[in-house]
Design a protein around this ligand. Structure first.
Ligand code: SF4
Length: 339
């Protein structure tokens, strides 16, 4: 029998393991946070290997300092705009201060995840012409500003609340915190600050397009328990035309391998109309060849939202025959598919 791809996640839920971000608060980073950046990164790699020793600064403190430095010449995602976001400059994503569009217990995520405390950030590093969340991804200045300690209190409350659906609430607590958007990458500094003042014993989920730079992904190691990734394209031409991103394939493949090396993964692939041969099949084949044991959600719910109708290939809903072809291909590869 194959191993449960979410074994550690489930151990956190049953109380026999701990969320990684809580561990990162107990690991000591043996460095002065005023040191030069190369020294901080060396200390970061060392601290990741530490066992708990409760010294200061913690590994999480060090991650927050490194994230803050990255904001001064922003290279959180592969667009590497180089703007100084600390001084209010904005790059391609348009994100200046972090804004939250909504946060609630989501019942429509994968069965293992619900109810999931989804926290939707405004703004995105991609420009997908078919974005289903275009109202928040294209408006980084929409939504509410909150301070980390307030959001941490909300997270703790939702992790422990009880209630009934009849009362208008889900009859239970959040099983996880689900950082999403838009995309959470532009907001990593705020997310780490929030986790520093949070104590909820819930797994942390990074729900993302995975267009992070390698250093940004390093900052998530030892903090994130599950990557819920969005693998969109099987080639760079489709990515460039439909999401306005360069070097998509190498970046996303690299980041999936890194994520798999230190956490659990659920990969989502939204099947696009007319993109079975150029995107769906290459993606699924690559996953089968390179990421054994991950769970895959082949999604059928494409609708031509936002500016999709400007592109004839994706200006219609997905045909059921296209979805069946994608699903059969995934089954033939032996992938572990979501129910
Ligand atoms: S996070 Fe935003 S500002 Fe930073 S590199 Fe990416 S698109 Fe540019």
């Amino acid at each position: 029998m194959s191993e449960d791809p979410l074994a550690r996640y489930n151990r956190i839920l049953d109380g026999t393991s701990e969320p990684r971000y809580l561990e990162s608060k107990r690991k000591t980073a043996d460095v002065d946070l005023n040191a030069d950046t190369a020294t901080l990164w060396a200390a970061h790699e060392e601290a990741l290997r530490h066992s708990d020793d409760h010294g200061e600064p913690s590994l999480l403190d060090l991650k927050i300092e490194l994230a803050s430095r990255m904001l001064r010449r922003c290279s959180l995602c592969e667009r590497a705009c180089g703007v100084n976001r600390i001084d209010g400059e904005v790059g391609h994503c348009g994100v200046s201060e972090t804004r939250i569009s909504s946060e609630f217990l989501h019942l429509g995520e994968e069965p293992d995840l619900v109810p999931s405390h989804t926290i939707f950030f405004s703004g995105c590093t991609f420009d997908c012409v078919f974005c289903q969340n275009w109202d928040i991804s294209t408006r980084p200045d929409s939504g509410m500003c909150v301070v980390p300690v307030t959001l941490a209190e909300v997270i703790e409350r939702k992790a422990s609340q009880t209630g009934t659906q009849a009362e208008g609430r889900w009859g239970g607590s959040a099983r996880n915190v689900n950082w999403v958007g838009g995309d959470p990458t532009s907001h990593i500094s705020f997310i780490l600050e929030t986790l520093r003042v949070c104590s909820a014993r819930t797994p942390q989920i990074w729900n993302s397009n995975m267009y992070l730079t390698e250093p940004t992904l390093r900052l998530l190691e030892g903090v994130i328990d599950v990557y819920l990734t969005d693998f969109k394209y099987g080639n760079d031409d489709c990515a460039r035309r439909l999401s306005n991103v360069e070097n998509y394939t190498d970046t996303i493949r690299r980041n999936h391998k890194t994520a798999k090396s230190n956490a659990e993964i659920i990969i989502r692939h939204l099947v696009l109309p007319s993109h079975i041969d150029c995107c769906t099949k290459p993606i699924l084949s690559w996953i089968a060849d390179n990421l054994s044991g991950v769970r895959v959600n082949v999604m059928a719910q494409y609708r031509p939202a936002h500016r999709a109708r400007e592109h004839p290939d994706i200006s219609r809903p997905l045909k059921s025959s296209e979805y069946r072809e994608a699903e059969a291909f995934a089954e033939d590869l032996g992938l572990d598919l979501c129910d």
